[in-house]
Design a protein around this ligand. Structure first.
Ligand SMILES: C=C(O[C@@H]1C=C(C(=O)O)C=C[C@H]1O)C(=O)O
Length: 168
């Protein structure tokens, strides 16, 4: 992985904040693609340490600068661990704006994938505006009290283009 991408993929602070800064004069926007209760995919359930088939809150967004999606994201939280956080009310506010306000927040290790296209398409709604293609994907589990929240992020080729990042 190039150093330029490492600065993004390995960062553990708020991606929302980084994107907002990198986008300069372009406005940062969370485009909500899908938010529902459903069953996590097997590897998502495994990452969360929950049995297969348990219901979870699922959220898929495109993180955009101006009209261009730079990152697609899919987040998963076990329904049984949600007590009053009202995450479904986030709408187009960034999940990070809530997460990084939690004083007890702990972020688990980052997993990185360099085959995100296949990985992403199996998960993300095929948004009419973008096929989730890009060089890198990452995910980690955030813990806040009894809540575990899996956040998966797919860095898109458009972001590489706009920031003149290397292909990998
Ligand atoms: C975890 C963060 O929140 C971002 C915002 C998301 C959302 O609004 O659904 C999903 C993934 C993250 O990239 C962050 O900003 O680091």
């Amino acid at each position: 992985m190039s150093h330029a991408w490492w600065q993004w993929v390995a960062s553990t602070d708020s991606l929302t904040t980084r994107l907002t800064r990198a986008g300069k004069e372009q406005p940062f926007r969370v485009k909500l693609l899908r938010q529902e209760v459903g069953r996590p995919l097997p590897d998502e359930a495994q990452a969360l340490g929950i049995p297969l088939g348990r219901h979870a809150w699922l959220r898929e967004v495109a993180l955009c600068l101006g009209e261009t999606p730079w990152v697609m994201a899919r987040s998963v939280a076990p329904l049984s661990q949600l007590h009053g956080q009202r995450l479904e009310r986030l709408g187009e506010r960034s999940l990070g704006s809530w997460l990084f306000q939690q004083p007890d927040l702990v972020r688990g290790p980052l997993e990185v994938s360099n085959h995100p296209a296949r990985f992403a398409q199996a998960r993300l709604v095929q948004a009419e505006l973008v096929q989730a293609k890009g060089p890198w994907a990452r995910r980690s589990v955030f813990r806040h009290g009894a809540l575990s929240l899996l956040v998966q992020e797919y860095f898109l080729a458009e972001m590489a283009e706009e920031l003149a990042l290397p292909s990998r």
